[in-house]
Design a protein around this ligand. Structure first.
Ligand code: FAD
Ligand code: HEM
Length: 400
């Protein structure tokens, strides 16, 4: 626990940090990558270029400064960051490196106001926060080693099967290269995959959610080809260059966006590639829950929509599925090939008989997430029943 004086100083300087937060974290990352270029392998450099990672780190530091005297309130945030860190096999040795460069950046950000007392207070505060992460992350690493197929660090996986699911989504069925069982995971969790892409200067690490049940003898990930400009580095490499028999490096499954058994019905709402963690959860829910289940799949049209048959195959008197297309093709017939045109609305939920008292899980592109959150709030769903995951740094969802 930080000293009373440290708490006072950190809280007093928090507003300045919030104001300059993104600039400070930008300086921090510049310093970090200059001195430790090897860390480019583990950080997603696209998030750096877009500035989204700077935003979430600045926000985390500010939240910490505000809550320094009641750190128990940081619990959920710490857990989600620890899950992300452990997916990436971040080691305790990296904390002093990050701390040193963060302090240099804070010093620069505070300018003339950065007295020795302030910098020392932040050094103590960082040390305390780092200790919380190191301890939780060590616990997670140790727990995971005990899992069936568990390990620490990364292992080689061979692509046992590659399946095209739609014009933009391809699945990779992965098995341990040494023949040992694949690691246990909770439906909804993701792995970190590291690849060397020819023509680029460092390795690239990306998270991919498991898209199939947890009781298979493979892990299935399903990757959307990012065709924007510039083209997505890893997704295009996987689609074009990785074939059956090739070997990929993976960390242990991580994440806390997982399906929970409760007394409520479960509703899964996916946008585009956000279908992956939800499909895994849906399969688990169908197998284990006795409550109603609804899967609402939102996509542009039948050309890009993946897994509709897998979802449909599990429907019965208790489990229903619906498709919402925002840009149907001329051959996509409403009522035959898809159920609703446009975006998710309260009317869609109402016509499917969705109870507001359900547990909702959603995932997809950020605008889809913001719309879904707004729709659920308008539908009267309690915050405690809303669960979602970002396929990138965890931004605030601004309501549309
Ligand atoms: C928890 C989690 C689970 C995930 N699960 C899945 C999953 O199941 N399936 C899946 O397909 N993806 C998933 N993702 C996303 C995945 O990790 C990658 O982000 C995705 O595959 C894109 O990586 P890439 O290397 O192909 O693209 P990148 O090269 O990282 O580019 C991503 C996008 O940013 C754009 N871009 C690149 N550079 C810039 C720049 N300088 N300025 C502006 N825009 C730029 C690109 O055009 C592209 O559209 C998940 C992410 C997380 C965090
Ligand atoms: C107390 C110190 C730290 C804090 C407060 C912190 C905070 C964060 C936060 C808020 C995120 C974003 C999580 C998300 O959006 O899902 C994150 C991600 C990450 N952190 Fe940390 N972190 C700390 C230490 C470290 C260390 C020591 C490393 C090791 C080099 C590290 C490496 C990463 C990486 C690689 C990511 C993912 C980045 C990306 O996706 O671009 N962090 N961290």
């Amino acid at each position: 626990m930080a000293s009373k004086r440290t708490i006072e100083i950190v809280k007093a300087t928090a507003p300045v940090l919030q104001e300059h937060g993104e600039a400070i974290t930008k300086v921090f990352y510049t310093l970090l990558f200059e001195k430790h270029p090897e860390l480019r392998d583990v950080f997603n450099m696209t998030h750096q270029q877009k500035g989204s990672q700077q935003k979430v780190l600045a926000n985390a530091i500010f939240q910490y400064a505000v809550h320094i005297d009641k750190l128990e309130m940081m619990g959920p945030a710490v857990e989600s960051i620890a899950q992300k860190h452990t997916s990436l096999s971040i080691s305790k040795e990296a904390y002093p490196i990050v701390g040193e460069n963060l302090l240099l950046a804070i010093k620069e950000g505070l300018g003339a106001a950065a007295t020795d007392e302030i910098i020392d207070a932040w050094a103590e505060a960082y040390g305390d926060l780092a200790a919380i992460f190191v301890s939780r992350e060590e616990e997670i690493y140790t727990e995971r080693e005990q899992y069936r197929g568990g390990f620490r660090g990364t292992k080689a996986f061979v692509v046992a099967q590659k399946v095209v699911e739609s014009s933009v989504i391809t699945s990779f069925y992965l098995k341990r290269a040494d023949g040992t069982p694949v690691p246990q995971f909770l439906p909804g969790q993701y792995v970190a995959l590291t690849v060397s892409v020819p023509g680029t200067t460092h390795q690239h690490t990306r998270n991919y959610s498991m898209s199939d049940s947890s009781d298979r003898d493979y892990l299935r990930i399903s990757v959307k080809r990012e065709t924007g400009y510039p083209e997505g580095v890893v997704s295009n490499y996987l689609h074009d260059e990785i074939h059956e028999g090739d070997v990929l490096e993976l960390g242990m499954p991580s994440g806390e966006f997982v399906w929970q058994t409760t007394e409520n019905p479960s509703v899964f709402i996916s946008g585009g590639i956000g279908v992956t963690p939800l499909l895994s959860m849906y399969k688990e829910a169908v197998a284990k829950s006795t409550k109603p289940i609804v899967f609402i799949q939102c996509a542009l049209n039948s050309d890009v929509c993946a897994f509709a048959d897998e979802i449909e195959a599990l429907t019965n008197h208790r489990v229903q599925a619906a498709k919402v297309y925002s840009l149907p093709l001329s051959e996509d017939v409403l009522g035959e090939h898809y159920d609703f045109k446009g975006y998710l609305t309260e009317d869609v939920l109402e016509s499917l008989g969705v109870a507001a008292m359900s547990d909702f899980y959603f995932c997809g592109p950020t605008p889809f997430m913001a719309n879904t959150l707004a729709v659920l709030e308008a539908y009267g769903v309690a915050e405690s029943q809303i669960n979602y995951e970002f396929f990138g740094p965890q931004e605030e969802l601004e309501l549309v």
